[in-house]
Design a protein around this ligand. Structure first.
Ligand code: FES
Length: 135
């Protein structure tokens, strides 16, 4: 498979120590698009990506929309039952799914842009400005 990198936003679009959600879609087994929601945390020059799906009951983490971090801003939090996840590893350190982990999403920062790698995304040409649509 090709090593495509899909630009999702500029690194500076996410303030340091903040998280943002993205509603992406991957090409599924039969070629149909499948939803691929992810959360990206930026920590200085580092970025961490995970599927936006809690290992406890499979809900999206941002029960309150775009609210991904705990009140201290130091861990990812699932708003549904309060599971807390280490930002660097995705491991649940407290809560109902303690010991489980978020599913990592491979990211790379290329020329100042955050890119998703390792999956084949459905590119929605019509919905994105051209500069956000580079492969
Ligand atoms: S669904 Fe996330 S803690 Fe229960």
């Amino acid at each position: 498979m090709s090593e495509a990198a899909y630009v999702i936003c500029a690194l500076t679009d996410i303030p340091s120590r903040k998280a943002a959600g993205f509603q992406l879609a991957v090409v599924g087994e039969n070629g149909a698009p499948e939803p691929f929601p992810i959360v990206v945390v930026r920590w200085g020059h580092q970025v961490f990506g995970y599927r936006n799906r809690c290992p406890h009951h499979g809900s999206n983490l941002d029960w309150e929309r775009e609210q991904f971090l705990d009140p201290n801003g130091l861990r990812l939090m699932c708003g549904k039952h309060g599971a807390l996840f280490e930002i660097g590893t995705g491991r649940c350190s407290d809560g109902p799914c303690k010991g489980d982990s978020l599913t990592p999403v491979a990211l790379a920062v290329i020329d100042g842009d955050i890119c998703v790698t390792g999956v084949t995304l459905v590119e929605e040409d019509e919905d994105l400005p051209p500069e956000e649509n580079r492969a």
